[in-house]
Design a protein around this ligand. Structure first.
Ligand code: HEC
Length: 98
């Protein structure tokens, strides 16, 4: 799994940063399912993120990462992602219908 992610990261870094890779987007998004529900359709106290706007999602994630938006879990979680990976994740959830 790790090796595959590294391989995918290498492949995608050769292409234009804004290119969306559906496989990579879904893989990175798996890490969100445990709290936000499968495909971001939350059934718990965590907010539903399925179907949010791509730009809103990306901005929100960047704010958690750079510390300008407070949170209990999100600031910790997004620190493991590059900005490009957050864009992949944002695109993935924006394509899911609520
Ligand atoms: C450990 C549990 C956990 C994980 C994993 C997690 N989240 Fe969250 N998320 C939360 C919680 C809790 C909140 C509410 C804000 C806070 O307290 O951090 C939140 C808030 C958010 C919000 C803000 C929603 C809104 O309407 O304000 C977005 C967007 C979001 N998460 C996206 C993601 C994405 C994308 C991932 C995967 C990269 C992810 N989260 C992984 C727990 C988690």
């Amino acid at each position: 799994m790790k090796k595959l992610l590294v391989a995918l990261a290498c492949v995608s870094s050769l292409s234009f940063a804004a290119d969306y890779d559906p496989v990579k987007g879904e893989m990175l998004s798996l890490s969100c399912f445990s709290c936000h529900g499968t495909d971001g359709k939350s059934v718990a106290v965590t907010p539903q993120i399925a179907g949010m706007g791509k730009t809103t999602l990306y901005q929100t994630l960047l704010e958690y990462k750079n510390g300008t938006r407070p949170g209990t879990m999100m600031p910790k979680h997004v620190k493991g992602f590059s900005d490009e990976e957050l864009m992949q994740v944002a695109t993935y959830f924006s394509t899911i219908k609520r």
